[in-house]
Design a protein around this ligand. Structure first.
Ligand SMILES: C[S@@+](CC[C@H](N)C(=O)[O-])C[C@H]1O[C@@H](n2cnc3c(N)ncnc32)[C@H](O)[C@@H]1O
Length: 363
């Protein structure tokens, strides 16, 4: 499992009180940038248990230019790391709208690839200014794809503990796999490779439980002629719309968002044929599995050839019900795994299932 830098306290400018012991020039430089970070799992249930050298960068928001940098160390056993950078003069800090980025010292870019995905996913804060509130409680991830022609994938997520408004490991694995398939590397799922090949008409994709929208947005960033509909509960709408607005998609591709609660699907669930349904890390809650599978069933009734790509990190045994429900609904799967780095040079696997409806021969 990979680890994500998160802001427990987002960055802000902080002015030290006057200290009579300091000389006048020292007094003038009294502003610090402070933040509190942790390096934790997608679920936020564990902290990175190895030492990592980090770099914190204060940068001008736009155009993005580094103003100052410091080195830091995250130590095994830590649960948080307080950062204080400075001192700077008021004149200096009041000139710029700032952002604050934390990354590991050895990895200049987070490149998503089977052997390049970093153990620690870096992040950049929302903008903040002198004499205003701290930065919003958000963090932006920036991933480069292996194909140089693809623009970077920039995704905002919350820094707090919401389940929905986060990026999950299974999402990274889905993107890695889709990227391989799109770039022509034969994967263990030839049906998907075939579906993602250039074709006469645009690919129609729907994502269920899209969260921040990372998988669907990545697909439309990597694939030409691809229309993606992201769906989830209303609580994600604001962050997912922000991510859609900032996405740099392939010119002939599109992404939009619509609320879709599996427990209350609308009667006219889908008016258009679908080629691909994406489901990433949505099987963790056994109570919602019957309605999730029912929505999949209804979508595939109107698009019998649709493929469903399900990515999951097994968290508990109750998730196994998903496979029984899918079997009962006459879905058959091809299965593979995608490795992600884990601490202490270990690796972890995310399970991927590509389902399609079993066509019953009635002749
Ligand atoms: C663990 S998150 C995964 C988010 C995203 N797919 C990813 O992998 O980064 C599970 C997602 O399922 C959504 N979800 C849970 N129950 C739902 C329901 N009844 N209807 C629609 N979405 C639901 C949550 O809101 C959340 O965004």
């Amino acid at each position: 499992m990979v680890y994500y830098v998160r802001f427990l306290k987002p960055p802000k400018f902080h002015q030290e009180k006057k200290n009579a012991k300091l000389s006048r020039p020292q007094q003038k430089k009294s502003v610090f940038i402070t933040a509190l970070i942790c390096i934790t799992t997608d679920l936020g249930d564990d902290f990175l248990a190895e030492d990592v050298d980090l770099v914190a960068t204060w940068a001008q928001r736009s155009p993005r230019e580094t103003i100052d940098q410091i080195s830091l160390k995250w130590q095994a056993g830590s649960r948080q790391l307080a950062i204080s950078m400075g001192p700077y003069s008021i004149d200096h800090v009041s000139q710029h709208e700032a952002v604050f980025q934390i990354r590991t010292q050895t990895i200049p870019q987070d490149i998503l690839g089977i052997d390049t995905t970093p153990l620690v996913i870096s992040g950049c804060s929302a903008p903040f200014k002198w004499q205003s509130e701290p930065a919003e409680k958000l963090i932006q991830r920036e991933f480069s794809m292996r194909s140089k022609s693809d623009p970077p994938l920039k995704i905002w997520e919350e820094t707090g503990n919401s389940i929905a408004r986060h990026i999950w490991d299974a999402a990274l694995a889905s993107i890695l796999f889709l990227n391989q398939s799109i770039s022509g590397t034969a994967t263990a799922i030839p049906l998907l490779d075939q579906l993602l090949k250039p074709r006469g008409s645009a690919l129609q994709a729907v994502e269920l439980g899209a969260g921040c929208g990372i998988v669907g947005i990545a697909l439309a960033t990597m694939l030409d002629q691809c229309n993606v509909l992201l769906t989830d509960l209303p609580e994600v709408e604001k962050i997912v719309m922000r991510n859609i607005d900032e996405a740099r998609l392939k010119p002939s591709s599109s992404v939009r968002y619509q609320n879709l609660d599996w427990d209350e699907p609308p009667p006219n669930l889908c008016s258009q044929p679908i080629d691909l349904i994406l489901v990433s890390d949505c099987t963790y809650n056994a109570d919602s599995l019957p309605t999730l599978v029912s929505v999949l069933d209804r979508l595939v009734r109107t698009s019998p050839d649709a493929l469903i790509l399900v990515a999951l990190k097994r968290r508990h045994e109750s998730e196994a019900i998903f496979f029984d429900l899918m079997k009962d609904a006459a879905f058959i799967a091809q299965q593979t795994t995608v490795p992600l780095p884990s601490q202490h040079d270990q690796s972890d696997t995310i399970e991927l299932y590509c389902y399609r409806r079993e066509h019953v021969d009635v002749s």
